[in-house]
Design a protein around this ligand. Structure first.
Ligand code: GTP
Ligand code: MG
Length: 226
């Protein structure tokens, strides 16, 4: 595996990404509910924590320890010992949690291997079409810019999951967050549901790779190749 790549633990996805996640940029994953975004983040986080590096995990739903336990098994406590968890209750708290994670990662006192923001646009979505929409967009932009700068400076991969809205005109599922997020993310993946436990991952954008797709399956202990 190339040194500037972080394996996802799913061989088909690593191949699609030329070895894994870029370690100096933000990777965005969008897709409908149940497409596997959270499970994918947990799987990568588990790998990083297992190697003894820290994972900063910011989760608007609060991390499901049960789901991480299904992946980690008897090692759960050791794995959790390498997690710095945050469960923000609104966009302001999320911004503070991201700022703290970024500052700690840049400080470099502990080896940080991954920053996850799941789901980064959940609170932003709540303010859409309301009086606070502009402020929310600004807050999200500031947080995303901080994540991008931190990935580059600290050489830490950042995973941000994004929810979708349905474009009635195009008949497609589109990511939230507008063009700013789409520019800030150097890799964009779309997760799609297939029948049963099968899922497709589409490489929508990458700095150095062509578009493409791969498949994986959801199992009781995480994700695996087809
Ligand atoms: P949203 O956060 O709702 O947008 O969905 P997501 O894309 O994050 O999907 P997630 O990774 O949560 O779920 C993927 C699939 O995992 C779901 O379709 C469920 O079939 C399955 N799943 C959900 N919860 C559990 C669980 O606790 N254990 C296991 N093994 N599978 C689960
Ligand atoms: Mg999720």
């Amino acid at each position: 595996m190339a040194e500037d790549r972080c394996s996802t633990g799913v061989p088909s996805v690593d191949r699609l990404l030329g070895g894994g996640l870029e370690t100096d940029s933000l990777t965005e994953i969008y897709g409908e509910g149940g497409s596997g975004k959270t499970l994918f983040c947990l799987g990568v986080a588990h790998r990083i924590a297992r190697e003894g590096r820290w994972v900063f995990y910011i989760d608007t739903e609060g991390l499901s320890v049960d789901r991480l336990g299904a992946i980690a098994g008897a090692e759960l406590d050791r794995i959790l010992g390498r997690f710095l968890l945050s469960a923000p209750k609104d966009l302001e708290e999320q911004g503070r949690a991201i700022a703290t994670a970024c500052a700690l990662a840049r400080e470099g006192k502990r080896p940080v291997g991954l920053i996850v923001v799941d789901s980064g646009t959940a609170y932003y979505r709540l303010s859409l079409s309301g009086p606070d929409e502009d402020d929310a967009r600004q807050a999200l932009s500031v947080a995303v810019a901080d994540l991008v700068a931190t990935a580059l400076r600290a050489q830490v991969p950042v995973l941000l999951t994004n929810q979708v809205w349905r474009s009635v005109r195009e008949g497609t599922l589109e990511p939230l967050g507008g063009s700013f997020l789409n520019h800030a993310a150097k890799t964009i993946l779309r997760f799609e549901r297939l029948p049963g436990p099968r899922r497709r991952v589409v490489l929508v954008k990458h700095r150095s790779l062509p578009e493409g797709s791969a498949e994986f399956r959801i199992t009781s202990t995480g994700l695996e190749g087809p």
